[in-house]
Design a protein around this ligand. Structure first.
Ligand SMILES: Nc1ncnc2c1ncn2[C@@H]1O[C@H](COP(=O)(O)OP(=O)(O)O)[C@@H](O)[C@H]1O
Ligand SMILES: [Mg+2]
Length: 179
């Protein structure tokens, strides 16, 4: 049994805001600091754990509850669980926060809609604007920005390194990493 304190790093933000990028960027840094890191990326989870789920509010909530459940199991066993799913609804984010036994760190990965639409990393905004994708978060489906996130990063104006550094500083300041 490890005595390392696990935690969940819960990223939330619009598609293209930088959740996956930051999760991948932080993984080796946290591993270097002795963390057992697992990333639960929304896109990947939807291919296995949540295969078959769509984008209705009910299905989105189910997807987030499943990710929250796995993050809970990992983090209570000393791992660092990083989740990278849009998680647009405050109520379900609060629900997974409440069920998590280890420390829950909500990270609002903020970028203005204009910025993520301009990035359009997966070409989805273009399709959503053209009406080819329905229920697209930020365009035709809600995104409820967190009001009490532990950390907010502004990826429209910060570099990846700067955003990652702010998250690392929070973890250090709160005793979640050995110094
Ligand atoms: N500070 C930053 N943090 C994270 N990503 C950034 C930042 N600045 C610019 N980017 C860019 O934004 C894009 C984010 O895409 P991605 O990580 O796939 O978003 P998401 O997983 O939230 O849908 C990438 O192309 C990344 O290089
Ligand atoms: Mg992603």
């Amino acid at each position: 049994m490890t005595d390392r304190k696990g935690f969940t790093l819960w990223f939330t933000g619009l598609s293209g805001s930088g959740k996956s990028t930051l999760a991948q960027f932080l993984t080796p840094i946290l591993k270097d600091r002795g963390c057992n890191v697992e990333v639960l990326d929304g896109d990947e989870v939807r291919e296995n754990l949540s295969k078959g789920l769509g984008f209705s509010k009910e299905d989105r909530d189910t997807n987030i509850r499943r990710i929250g459940y796995v993050a809970r199991l990992l983090s209570r066993n000393g791992a660092c669980a990083i989740t990278a799913a849009i998680s647009p609804y405050t109520s379900v984010r609060d629900e997974v926060r409440a069920m998590t036994e280890a420390t829950f760190v909500e990270v609002y990965v903020e970028a203005p809609l204009e910025v993520v639409e301009e990035r359009d990393t997966k070409g989805l905004y273009k399709k959503a604007r053209a009406g080819e994708i329905k229920n697209f978060t930020g365009i035709s489906d809600p995104y409820e920005a967190p009001e009490n996130a532990e950390v907010t990063v502004h990826t429209g104006s910060e570099t990846i390194e700067e955003s990652a550094e702010r998250i690392m500083s929070y973890l250090e300041a709160n005793g979640l990493l050995a110094s």
